[in-house]
Design a protein around this ligand. Structure first.
Ligand code: URA
Length: 203
């Protein structure tokens, strides 16, 4: 597969343009576009999700579908202003299968090789924003930043060292896991509690 060199820049506008030409894995073939991170460049708080979903792929913005609405609500309840957060994903293209006989595009979890293929984009965003607190939303984001053996279930809601960086990490579940939880109220409360940990860790 032809690969694309990720520009050696911390100019987010240049990266946002360049990622549209990314061919470092096959996900670009079916997705409408790559969805790059959004938010203030110098935000002290950055959050990393998994991949854009159906709505994000159509609209070209991060966290604007059902998971994004839950995240918005949880951020408010945790006392965090979304406008001040740099929000991105570990993988920039939507991965999906088509419902049999239907038109709906059903989200699929990216593979380890797709996560690795997209890491350089995330590294550039981290170098540009240099957040003091990095929140990892779910296992894909955690695997990209902390490696595949990291377990969100064991370390969620703790303030963790961020190896080789001047900042800390807080891992939590992905907002779509809250949407799917049997006891959604309890899952939501735990999610908000984790986000509060991140808010308190801000300088
Ligand atoms: N899920 C994610 O991880 N990111 C988005 O942007 C939307 C849904």
């Amino acid at each position: 597969m032809a690969t694309v060199t990720v520009p050696e820049t911390t100019a987010l506008s240049k990266l946002r343009e360049a990622v549209q030409h990314c061919r470092n894995c096959d996900l670009y073939k079916d997705a409408d576009r790559a969805v790059f991170g959004e938010g203030p460049k110098k935000s002290p708080l950055m959050m990393v999700g998994e991949t854009p979903g159906d709505q994000e792929d159509k609209k070209g913005h991060v966290f604007v579908g059902p998971a994004g609405r839950l995240l918005d609500e949880a951020l408010i309840d945790a006392g965090i202003d979304r406008a001040g957060v740099y929000l991105t994903n570990a993988v920039k293209h939507f991965k999906f299968t088509r419902e049999e006989r239907g038109k709906r595009r059903l989200h699929k979890t990216p593979s380890r090789s797709e996560i690795v293929a997209c890491q350089t984009w995330l590294e550039r965003e981290l170098a540009a924003v240099k957040p003091a607190v990095l929140v990892l939303l779910g296992a894909v984001a955690a695997s990209s930043v902390m490696g595949p053996s990291f377990r969100v279930t064991q370390q969620r809601g703790e303030v963790l060292d961020w190896p080789d960086h001047d900042g800390v990490i807080v891992a939590t579940v992905h907002p779509s896991a809250v949407l799917r939880a049997d006891d959604r109220e309890a899952a939501y409360a735990e999610f908000v509690a984790d986000l509060r940990v991140a808010a308190r860790a801000l300088p």
